[in-house]
Design a protein. Structure first.
Length: 246
């Protein structure tokens, strides 16, 4: 009997359990955030729109669940799940290149239509200044931190332990666990139509997710994923809100 036949079940079961575990975790976050516990417990200004409040609550629960899982699995060694600043030089070098490409893309997708006289998307129209500020804080701070911790710090770290295979495109190497984490990021990220149609949102989220998965695998730090997500999804809000106030 081939030894691979004997060990196969012992490899398959942990893979199934790890994949099921991250799926159940995300399902639990969705269920808890839908209850609106924080929204009802904290008195917020009535001028802030309800959608941004609910989305903010969802990110809070992502952060809390993610940090709890990291604290338990790492036994207090948070650095092993990306809470660190390792390989900063490489991270900053790649981040500058990412920003250069993203700036051209964001400018083309957001600023050029405005200069041509196109109307603002509905979610950007007739917003109170308090709601504008809430959206900016959400996209620049809460969302990048929560998404990076959950999808890459937790999901990618856990999945890569049991899915060690690597997907290679030329010189780009992304672990299979990272691909799964990027797919989860796409599902969780496409909730606000920032750039346009649904298909476009999926494509953009896939690109950002793959970059974050690759950088996390390369540096073992969540610093670059956080900053990359903040820029791509925060800059359109800055541009459009500034335009609306002009």
């Amino acid at each position: 009997m081939n030894s691979n036949d004997v060990t196969a079940p012992y490899k398959t079961l942990p893979r199934i359990l790890s994949f099921s575990g991250v799926t159940i975790l995300y399902w639990a976050i969705q269920q808890v955030s839908m209850q609106g516990y924080l929204t009802h417990a904290v008195a917020l200004p009535a001028s802030i729109s309800f959608p941004v409040v609910m989305l903010f609550e969802h990110k809070v629960w992502e952060f809390l669940f993610g940090m709890l899982v990291i604290a338990v699995l790492s036994r207090g060694h948070l650095w092993s799940y990306g809470i660190n600043s390792m390989d900063v030089r490489f991270s900053m070098r790649m981040l500058v290149r990412f920003y250069a490409v993203a700036l051209v893309f964001v400018t083309g997708m957001v600023l050029i239509p405005l200069l041509r006289g196109d109307a603002l998307p509905i979610i950007f129209s007739h917003l109170a200044p308090s709601t504008m500020g809430a959206w900016i804080l959400l996209q620049w701070m809460a969302s990048p931190i929560a998404d990076s911790i959950l999808f890459f710090g937790v999901f990618q770290t856990v999945l890569c332990k049991y899915w060690p295979e690597t997907f290679v495109i030329r010189s780009l190497r992304i672990p299979v666990g990272g691909l799964y984490a990027a797919m989860a990021f796409v599902v969780g990220r496409v909730r606000v139509p920032i750039f346009g149609g649904d298909m476009l949102e999926y494509v953009i989220a896939a690109g950002v997710g793959l970059f974050c998965a690759w950088m996390y695998d390369r540096t073992r730090s969540l610093l670059t994923p956080m900053l990359a997500i903040a820029f791509v999804y925060g800059m359109p809000f800055i541009i459009r809100f500034a335009w609306a106030l002009m």
